[in-house]
Design a protein around this ligand. Structure first.
Ligand SMILES: Nc1ncnc2c1ncn2[C@@H]1O[C@H](COP(=O)(O)OP(=O)(O)OP(=O)(O)O)[C@@H](O)[C@H]1O
Ligand SMILES: [Mg+2]
Length: 506
């Protein structure tokens, strides 16, 4: 590779990586120009994260060449990558949960005065840095990462990256816990960086983001480059989907069941000590009730409260007429055939175990065993049905979950819930990190589940999901119900107004 002839910041040729016999990247080429945002796009498990981890020294490629500014480089470990000016925000953040925010920010590049850490200097710089980020979140530098919300962890992971000198910035689903406002702020920072000539590799499944920030796209499928989009103007949902899937483009909108039954779940004047105020809602048999709002609006608290994870201070939760608010806890909710899918990714997955075990774990006692003995045949049949239905890849039940891509781990969580025989379903951000083709499959599954259910509560920050999938939508603001809209009356504009706490002009 000739030095600087092509003016590229990064030139990757023939990158190939396999894990045992599984070829995850197959002869991948990628060019990154200075000052561009190059999107890496493709379905769950396509190899995007693996590609970035090779650039960061996390994995060693089997073959291929990497050149930075025309010079061939060998990246064997994270330190090599960092000294070349490659900095990444990984999908899993890669923060150390037991260390403080400050310790994480400076891990491996601490300021020292003689042999001692210069904590004051680090704290001063970090504080100024967070202020400069203008993210509007109060982040305590001395708190452990483990106690921070996912949103704040994501900010810390990004801040840690941006605090370093960098030529190439890799962002692997950096906005998965962000509101539009926070995403907007991140994009401002990205623009500043690209103006200075930094090249950005950007990974996300959120099409609107790619349309806004992407200059070019490389599309991966099964570890191979299957397409390119060469200009921002051509980054459209159609082009992305066309490049990404063979399965064809399906419509997002599901046919909504029209014959809804009686009210099965009713919440009256519910308050919690986490701040929910006077929540009233009900869900009918067969109905999908969407709940939208900003991250701190209280929308997730509703799901948690209904499943017994919040302390209830007043009000009623009636399931099929019986009020269970007083001693609600997850076991009671489950007994009442209610199931909850939390927003935190990976929540409760046992990463070192395989797909089958993770999927059946909570159902084992009641469903797959008789008199305490596990019926392996039955377990296997059920799980293989789920793996197929959710298109979990690789479709290998014996695969340990830690080796699955982010989106496929999310599918295992979904599958686990589906194996339980629930009647009332609470989903919180279940399609986060799931690729756009699989999202459609999730919607189909939710619509299907809803038909025979005693009601589905679908908590999401995606407007499209509220608009297209739900019979009715509740918007939360300031931990109260701000508005309830029927499917027929809901428009994007109205939802946004309510989400922001504004009144809708009539
Ligand atoms: N350490 C590992 N050992 C074995 N297989 C792995 C390992 N890491 C990833 N894989 C496999 O490599 C493939 C690509 O995974 P990768 O995480 O790169 O996908 P991705 O494109 O980032 O997907 P997503 O959009 O879901 O994040 C998947 O099939 C995954 O199971
Ligand atoms: Mg990934």
């Amino acid at each position: 590779m000739d030095r600087d002839k092509d003016g590229l910041l990064l030139k990757v040729r023939g990158l190939t990586k396999s894990f045992e016999k599984n070829i995850v990247l197959d002869d991948v080429d990628l060019d990154l120009k200075p000052g561009e945002v190059h999107v890496l796009f493709g379905e769950n498990g396509a190899g995007k994260t693996t590609f970035t981890k090779i650039l960061c020294g996390g994995y060693l490629a089997n073959s291929g060449e990497i050149a930075i500014e025309g010079r061939k480089v060998h990246i064997a470990k994270p330190a090599d990558s960092r000294s070349l000016g490659i900095v990444a925000v990984h999908q899993d953040f890669s923060l150390v949960p037991q260390l403080s925010v400050l310790e994480n920010l400076y891990l491996g590049r601490e300021y020292k005065t003689g042999p001692f850490l210069n904590k004051r200097k680090m704290a001063k710089e970090a504080k100024a840095y967070f202020e400069n980020l203008k993210i509007g979140l109060d982040i305590d530098l001395y708190k452990k990462i483990a106690v921070l919300s996912m949103e704040k962890q994501q900010v810390v992971a990004i801040a840690r990256a941006l605090l370093q000198p960098l030529k190439i910035l890799i962002l692997d689903e950096p906005t998965s816990n962000f509101t539009d406002r926070e995403t907007g702020i991140l994009f401002e920072h990205i623009r500043e960086l690209t103006q200075r000539g930094v090249g950005v590799i950007y990974i996300s499944h959120i099409v609107e983001e790619l349309m806004e920030i992407g200059d070019r796209v490389t599309i991966l499928r099964d570890g191979r480059v299957v397409g390119h989009i060469e200009s921002n103007a051509d980054i459209t949902k159609e082009n992305l989907l066309k490049g990404m899937v063979q399965r064809g483009v399906q419509k997002v909108q599901q046919a909504l069941t029209t014959d809804l039954g009686d009210v099965c779940l009713e919440v009256n004047h519910l308050c919690t000590d986490s701040g929910l105020k006077d929540i009233n809602l009900n869900v009918k048999k067969g109905e999908i009730l969407g709940i939208g709002g900003l991250p701190d609006s209280g929308k997730s608290l509703i799901g948690r409260a209904l499943f017994g994870l919040e302390k209830i201070t007043c009000g009623e939760i009636k399931i099929r007429g019986e009020d269970i608010a007083q001693d609600i806890k997850p076991s009671r909710a489950l007994k009442n055939r209610m199931i909850y899918f939390p927003a935190e990714k990976l929540d409760g997955l046992v990463l070192c175990r395989d797909i089958k075990e993770n999927a059946t774990l909570p159902s084992l006692k009641d469903k797959f065993s008789s008199r305490g003995i596990l019926d392996k045949g039955r377990e296997k049949d059920a799980v293989s049905g789920i793996v197929e239905k959710l298109n979990i890849r690789p479709p290998n039940m014996g695969k340990r979950v830690c080796y699955l891509s982010g989106g496929n781990q999310q599918k295992v969580i979904m599958g686990r819930g589906l194996l339980k025989e629930a009647k009332t379903f609470i989903f919180d951000e279940i399609t986060r990190g799931v690729d756009i083709a699989s999202k459609v499959e999730f919607y189909e599954i939710v619509a299907e589940i809803a038909k025979d259910s005693d009601g589905v509560i679908f908590i999401t920050s995606e407007l499209t999901e509220l608009l297209d999938l739900c019979h009715r939508v509740i918007i939360m603001y300031g931990k109260r119900v701000k508005a309830t809209l029927r499917h027929e009356d809901a428009t994007r504009e109205k939802l946004v107004h309510h989400i922001l706490g504004l009144e809708v002009d009539r």
